[in-house]
Design a protein around this ligand. Sequence first.
Ligand SMILES: [Zn+2]
Length: 71
Amino acid sequence: MSKRKEEWGPHSHCIICGKAIPEGEKTCSEECKKKYEEELKRYKQQQTISYIFIIIMIVFILFLFLFPYFR
Ligand SMILES: [Zn+2]
């Protein structure tokens, strides 16, 4: 039990630079917040692209399976 740990109390770390921040916060500064939001946007875009890709693949596979019945 160190006193230093008690001083810090419950806290989070900035998800961009790793700095200690109050619990419940995600980032330490506006700069990191902007970076985080950009990364989140990019991540969501990538997710959307992969969903579209999966749907296209499913449609393609279904088409391949069902094609003989259409003739
Ligand atoms: Zn930060």
